[in-house]
Design a protein around this ligand. Sequence first.
Ligand code: NAD
Ligand code: USQ
Length: 396
Amino acid sequence: MKIAILGGDGFCGWPTTLHLSARGHEVLVVDDLSRRAVDRELGTESLTPVRSLDERRVAWAERTGRRIGFAHLDLSRDYEAFVDLLVTERPDALVHFAEQRAAPYSMRSPGHKRYTVDNNVNATHNVLAAVVESGLDVHVVHLGTMGVYGYGTARMRIPEGYLDVEVHGPDGPVPQQILYPASPGSVYHMTKVLDQTLFAFYAKNDGVRVTDLHQGIVWGTATAETALDDRLVNRFDYDGDYGTVLNRFLVQAAVGHPLTVHGTGGQTRAFIHLQDTVRCVELALAHPPAAGDRVKIFNQMTETHRVRDLARLVAELTGAEVERVPNPRQEAAENDLHVVNDAFLDLGLEPTTLSAGLLLEIEQTAVRYADRVDPQRIPATAVWNRHRSPGLPARR
Ligand code: NAD
Ligand code: USQ
């Protein structure tokens, strides 16, 4: 296949690009490099020494003889250029990672909220409108989030996108399936909810084939391909905005910082290893919906864990201290989470488990690059529950 990877310079996009290239697909990265610009805005850097995209592409070509194309485009603005790209390159599929993906960053200020909505919603809509305008039959695979479901669903297993309901018709009860009622917890998560409606519309109105992957929190850094050469190293965020919880705990442990558990740590979340992310995208590309089908939704996660249990596990492995810090987020203090993820398991996904991969991640990434950590960047500074926690400092 010929595949355009939108957001292919990012944490999930880069290893996916390499994985698909290694499988013999022709790949082209489309990225505006905004994630690198956000690092400069926040004064942060990846834990790992990430090379420029040009250097990464050269390293891949030297190692494998395979070429990765690149188009420097802002998908939220450069609409005409993207249509031209589609018409010229004629990809079979697009993998869409190209959004601002940090919940804390999206809640920092009105400006960050507006940027996140403008960027994410316009990027997704432009992709869909351009596919229709190009006249091509392109399969769009989007990286969505488990966060669209919300986390108040203790008494049921969250289905893969669609919920069975019974409505009252004139002749009695009628079974139906509806998109699972959305309950986002941040402006970022809200943009993924809006994306879902865009996908449903374009699938219904124009027959665009869309797969939406409702992904859990990705942990880990390396895949078989990124490990081939230091110049291919993947990014690893540990700062208070972009660092996700388990990756943050691993870095904190490596530098002797107490593990920052928000509140009681009672939040249960879904997780997936990066190696499984790239495999899931490959499986989704190989099993597209038919034209005219509704959006195909997979729950892309393999395990659920409570935050305080993760902290305990990391503390046991490393000797780190655990600290309960005031939760800067508006979220339930405690929640259970049960998720259906049969679709990928049925297609052959063999999950990398936390118990098998965690120690390796600590040694090969967190400890190896510990001297690059800036402890000033560890605290989470975006606060969006001030009315519940009046003691927390106001930040912009
Ligand atoms: P990332 O920020 O590392 O990568 C996103 C990439 O998209 C960056 O390279 C950025 O420069 C690019 N980009 C952003 N806006 C763009 C635009 N308008 N035009 C062109 N390029 C643009 O994020 P990630 O962690 O790789 O996440 C990728 C996708 O997966 C996101 O959509 C995210 O919502 C989803 N996801 C991530 C996780 C996770 O734990 N990292 C979990 C679930 C879902
Ligand atoms: N948390 C802590 N301590 C920390 C950081 C986080 O206790 O130092 C807690 C948070 O309060 C939250 C949980 O850990 O309850 C998860 O936070 P996170 O930052 O790891 O994940 P989240 O903000 O949900 O976002 C990440 C990605 C996002 C993706 C989402 C998938 O950044 O792109 O969509 O995971 S999911 O969580 O399934 O919605």
